[in-house]
Design a protein around this ligand. Sequence first.
Ligand SMILES: Cc1ncc(COP(=O)(O)O)c(C=O)c1O
Length: 404
Amino acid sequence: MTSGDLSAPELREKFFHHVCQTSPAPLGIVVRSASGCEIVDHDGKKYLDLLAGMGVANVGHNHPQVVTAVKRQLSRHLHVSVYGEMIQEPQVLLAENLARLSPGDLSVVYFTSSGAEAIEGAMKTARKFTDRPRFVAFHGSFHGDTFGALSLNGNPMYREPFEPLVPVVDFLPYGDVGAVDRIGHDVAAVFVEPIQSEGGVRIPPDDFLPALRHRCHEVGALLVLDEVLTGFGRTGKLFACNHWEVVPDLLVLAKALGGGLPLGAFVGTEETMATLSQAPPLGHVTTFGGHPLSCAAGLAALEVLQNERLIERAHELGEDWRRELAKELGPYVRQVRGKGLLVGIEFPSADFTRRFTARCLDLGLIVNWTLHCDNVVSLAPPLCIEAGELEEATKRMRLAAQSA
Ligand SMILES: Cc1ncc(COP(=O)(O)O)c(C=O)c1O
């Protein structure tokens, strides 16, 4: 049986039998194609993707420039060797661009295949660089689901079934400047999202990240900013840390970095990143990290982001959209908040939120509630979304709320 031969019911049946399920109620859309802001199912029903494939398709699904770059690389070579051994042009060029665009003097990139793998690499780098045991993370955080990344997860419900995890992680309240002094001299690194996405699209007070930066300098801990979701224009700046002019010691990236192909990275200074090349050499390696196809796609996506002014668009459209959403959904919501095109809608109850997201799906809108906050829906559409599409989305969301 080859791809394309099966009917939608056949695919659905095999999906539920053979593809490991991660929840009792997956979205379950049988995908035929995707482009721009739209996903089309097997029956031709069109969905407006207000999640951009969970924060990946910032330049839109299947952007023609990304597809062309991937095809060009496809004709040159695929995987050739483990990461770090051979010099591959797309990897080198993407690293150079990330070094140019990253804040401060972060100039050396370690490529991975995913966000969680990049978090693992940042944890190991911090442990070895500082020779200290402890990590600090925050209540409500999400950094991925591998053992190290899960150890930093700020919700015990997700940690406890898998314990024992990586020891000595302390959790502090997110956004609480008063708690920052609890970061001690035995801390290797503080892991933080500049805006918590799965924590319910929580934006910290303006003095929070600068206070963390200051405290990390004071005690000699590394500040690791997880911009897996907030990076690449999502919040109206290239990186969310640019809003507060905070320069981390390690910047963790993934999702939109690969333009739709799997890619992650962590970026640091020459001094910090030199940790990984010795004592022992090959102490942190990966087979597929920085895959040439993913890097070619990432390079093209970065170019699109800049040429099509998508970062500025995210800022401009985001402000208008949040105002419209607050107006149109007013009686049903507690709050509409966000930055750029990362938006959180807080409803009064989890039950209403579940009914609302189900109605949205019926009406051809892909939205979801956040992992740690079941009464908050997060919206993160492609940054190329048109004002008219946002208007249409708002209209349908009002209908969904009315009938939820
Ligand atoms: C903030 C944040 N960090 C890390 C991750 C993990 O990334 P990945 O799913 O690529 O492992 C995610 C994924 O949703 C995320 O939102």
